[in-house]
Structures are given as structure tokens and as C-alpha cells.
Design a protein around this ligand. Structure first.
Ligand code: SAM
Length: 278
């Protein structure tokens, strides 16, 4: 750690300077060792700013002090992991895109792959995205073999996803008939029904470290890459393209674009949908 680390902050509140970059790098290494969370592919200034807001919030004056805190204090640790991995999501986020997915792409993919249909919700957060997809598969009467793999780096959020219990606000885009058909309402929460749950398998997976499976018909990677550096994003999309079967589709978030799509063997089918060239 740099020696200047403890003098950079004023705990009094209003005036504070940034902590040294070498301390930040030390912190990233320790976080990787301790929590198996590798933040090196993320935009460093954004990550640093986010962490330093937390350092200040807890009245700490260095990365070392803050690291000791998150190792010992469960609440601070959970907050740190939550803030860094930002889990905001909802069912059918950007509903018109889901409509397009349901009407134009899934029927073709199902026709081609039948019960071998395999989709991946990469960065699935608390499960709203993969369950939305599973609901569409039910609606389209997909064979029971048609499945969704849902992955995220954050084990806490995956525990919530597996439970499949949601507050009303997660379901703002869910039409009343779909709500009735695919959720059980108990004690103020909406529980995803077993037939929807049965289509989804949750797993911990780090997109920047772990190997990718192959032969996907459909990959959803939405609102995940936003904090990744351009180089990391390009490499990730290249790996996604490799993971798709020919004719498979990748669905990205509504502020996202795959700029290098041609080089990696994709074509644009409409904004936010790309197809692996046959
Ligand atoms: C904003 S949520 C997106 C949820 C959903 N895809 C959607 O669009 O509503 C971003 C998710 O990406 C996950 N994430 C961030 N970095 C990741 C990584 N390197 N590997 C896997 N998941 C990651 C976070 O844990 C978080 O749950």
C-alpha cells in the first residue's frame, strides 16, 4: 500500500480527495483473493469512484481500513458486493423488445432446434430475465426439453433468483393474464410457478473468467457490460458469438450495441438483436 493512503480523506464530510491509485490496485487484488471477484476488466475510474463512496460512507480513510471492514462486517460486505455488481432488473424489461423476441425469433429458433433449444441469460441478476424467457417458452408451448441457463457472478442474487419470489414492482410490465397464469400470489409476494421454474437452471459464472458453453440458440446479455472497458466488451461479444450456433440470436440491452459485429460473424437483424451468420 502507498504510504499516502491514510492522509487522503477527510472524515469530516465535505472535502475529500481521491485515494491513491496504487491502493485501489492493492484492494482489487485482495478482493479477488478473498471474494473471488475479479474487477480488472471493469472501467477502473467508475469502480474506484463507487468504492470510494462506500469508504467515505463508513468513515474509513484508506482502502486497507475499508477492506478490513468488509472482511469482518457482513452488512458492509453485502453492500459492497451489491454496489459493485448492480443488480437492478425487472420482468420483461423493455417490453416491446420481448414482444419482438416472442413473435419473430423464438418461434424460428424453436422450429429449428425443437427440444434441443438452449438459451443463456448471462448476468441474470435476481431471475426476472430468465423467468420472463421461460414464460415465453410456456406461452409458445415449447417442448419441455427447451431450457434456459441463467448465470451471474453474484451468489447472493442467485439465491434470490432460485427462490423466485417477487414484489409487485418487479412485475410492472407483466400483463394481468400472464400474472395470473404463471405466478402464485401469497403474503404480498408473487411466486413463479413450478412449470416456469423447471425450465431455468441457475449457476454462478463470471463472464470475464469462466469458460463458455457452446451451441446456444439464444443468448441474452442485457445491461451487464455497461461497466466493462471497450476491449473487454469486444472480447466478450466475440466469445458470445462463438457460443451461438449458426442462426442463433443474441439480444442486448436497449442502450447497447455490438460495434464489431461483422468481424465476429454476426449480422444485425434489428436494433438490439444480432444473428450468427449461417
Ligand atoms: C443490471 S443487472 C442486469 C440484469 C438483467 N440482465 C436485465 O437486463 O434486467 C447486471 C447483472 O450483471 C451481473 N454481472 C456483473 N459483472 C458480471 C460478470 N463479470 N459475470 C457475470 N455477471 C456479472 C451483476 O451481478 C448483475 O446481477
Amino acid at each position: 500500500m502507498g504510504s499516502s493512503s491514510t492522509s487522503s480523506f477527510s472524515n469530516s464530510g465535505s472535502s475529500w480527495r481521491e485515494l491513491p491509485f496504487e491502493d485501489f490496485q492493492w484492494f482489487l487484488k485482495e478482493v479477488k483473493k478473498k471474494f473471488n471477484l475479479d474487477l480488472t476488466g471493469y472501467k477502473p475510474q467508475r469502480v474506484k469512484r463507487r468504492i470510494e463512496i462506500l469508504v467515505r460512507k463508513w468513515g474509513k480513510s484508506s482502502y486497507r481500513e475499508y477492506f478490513d471492514l468488509i472482511v469482518k462486517d457482513e452488512k458492509a460486505q453485502k453492500e459492497f458486493l451489491d454496489r459493485l455488481t448492480i443488480n437492478v432488473t425487472e420482468f420483461f424489461r423493455n417490453p416491446e423488445k420481448w414482444d419482438e423476441l416472442k413473435k419473430k425469433y423464438i418461434p424460428v429458433l424453436l422450429k429449428e432446434s425443437g427440444s434441443r433449444f438452449k438459451a443463456w441469460s448471462a448476468g441474470c441478476s435476481s431471475g426476472e430475465e430468465p423467468y420472463s424467457l421461460a414464460i415465453l417458452l410456456e406461452e409458445l408451448r415449447a417442448p419441455t426439453g427447451a431450457k434456459v441457463i441463467a448465470t451471474d457472478i453474484d451468489i447472493n442474487i442467485l439465491a434470490k433468483a432460485r427462490k423466485g419470489a417477487y414484489e409487485e414492482r418487479s412485475l410492472v410490465n407483466v400483463p394481468p393474464d400472464i400474472k395470473k397464469k404463471y405466478f402464485d400470489y401469497r403474503d404480498g409476494l408473487y411466486y413463479v410457478k413450478p412449470n416456469v421454474k423447471a425450465r431455468v437452471t441457475f449457476k454462478r459464472h463470471n463472464l470475464l473468467q469462466d469458460p463458455f458453453d457452446k451451441n446456444y440458440d439464444l443468448i441474452l446479455c442485457r445491461n451487464v457490460v455497461i461497466y466493462f472497458e471497450m476491449k473487454t466488451k469486444e472480447e466478450l461479444y466475440r466469445r458470445f458469438a462463438e457460443a451461438l450456433r449458426r442462426g442463433g440470436i443474441i439480444f442486448v440491452g436497449s442502450t447497447e450495441r455490438i460495434f464489431n459485429y461483422r468481424q465476429i460473424g454476426l449480422e444485425v437483424v434489428s436494433p438490439f438483436f444480432y444473428r450468427k451468420v449461417k
